[in-house]
Write a protein of this length. Structure first.
Length: 286
């Protein structure tokens, strides 16, 4: 059995621990403000009374207007494209330089006729004459088959690359100051053969050159597109078409409407047209 002194020490230890806990609790309650509430008996709280739901006024907003109905997309009517141009192969291989050129570029000339109304025989004849069968420096280096310059009165300004090269023109004496002449020779008719350096349109392909040529003849004009060569439009005969685009109604001192300044241009082109027609018949090109 434990002694009385031992039991007394145990009780003393327990008392001290209880006193410390009581003191700590008192400090906590006093610091939090709860001790006063607990020790004030006269402060009481009435029991809660249920008074029912509070009246709440609900304001229901007007519904937002519906967006306008989305129109049903209407089908886009696409005009029936023209039937593709039927190009037949040649009946036999070309036998000379002219036939080789016709066989190679006939399809492009036929498409120019279909798109712009320029007779295909005239297109081929001018391409042969202006490009020397595709061998000229302008054609070899700039794909320019028709000698179309970078800038022409009445034709859209050229935005592409420009190829500068010497060229020959036939001009009147009054027009000489308009050019930076390299050489000049007076002709029997009073005009001058002059050599100048001019800027020509540089194309990315033969196809671009052929189609720009057709556009040039179909749409060149100052007051209205196509006015320059309006008399030629609709003509199917290549010689008749050529005569119209060489007709300079304004004279030597007015705007140069003629496709070429060479007075012998018509006489030089007619034999080409005749040979091309014979070549097409031999090759079976319609």
């Amino acid at each position: 059995m434990e002694s009385a002194a031992s039991q007394s020490a145990e009780y003393d230890s327990r008392y001290r621990r209880m006193l410390a806990c009581s003191l700590g609790l008192s400090l906590v309650l006093t610091g939090c403000g709860l001790k006063q509430d607990i020790e004030t008996p006269e402060q009481s709280f009435a029991p809660a009374t249920y008074v029912g739901p509070l009246p709440i006024e609900l304001t229901i907003p007007e519904p937002a207007p519906l967006p306008p109905p989305v129109p049903t997309p209407q089908p886009v009517l696409i005009e029936t494209p023209p039937a593709p141009l039927e190009i037949k192969a040649s009946l036999r291989p070309p036998s000379n330089r002219l036939e080789e050129f016709v066989d190679r570029y006939y399809d492009l000339a036929a498409r120019v006729e279909m798109e712009f109304g320029v007779p295909r025989d005239l297109t081929l004849a001018q391409a042969i004459h202006e490009s020397d069968y595709g061998r000229s420096g302008l054609t070899q280096q700039a794909n320019n088959f028709f000698g179309i310059k970078a800038h022409h009165v009445g034709f859209a300004s050229w935005q592409g690359p420009v190829f500068g090269t010497p060229t020959w023109e036939v001009v009147s004496e009054a027009d000489l100051p308009k050019y930076r002449v390299i050489t000049q020779t007076k002709r029997a008719d009073g005009k001058y053969d002059i050599q100048i350096v001019d800027g020509f349109r540089q194309y990315g392909s033969a196809e671009e050159s052929f189609f720009d040529y057709g556009n040039y003849l179909a749409n060149r004009g100052i007051n209205a597109p196509g006015e320059y060569y309006a008399d030629a439009h609709g003509l199917n005969d290549p010689a008749a078409y050529l005569k119209e685009i060489l007709d300079d109604d304004d004279g030597p001192d007015g705007p140069q409407k003629s496709y070429a300044t060479d007075p012998a241009y018509l006489a030089k082109l007619i034999p080409y047209i005749q040979k091309i027609q014979a070549a097409r018949a031999a090759l079976g090109r319609p």
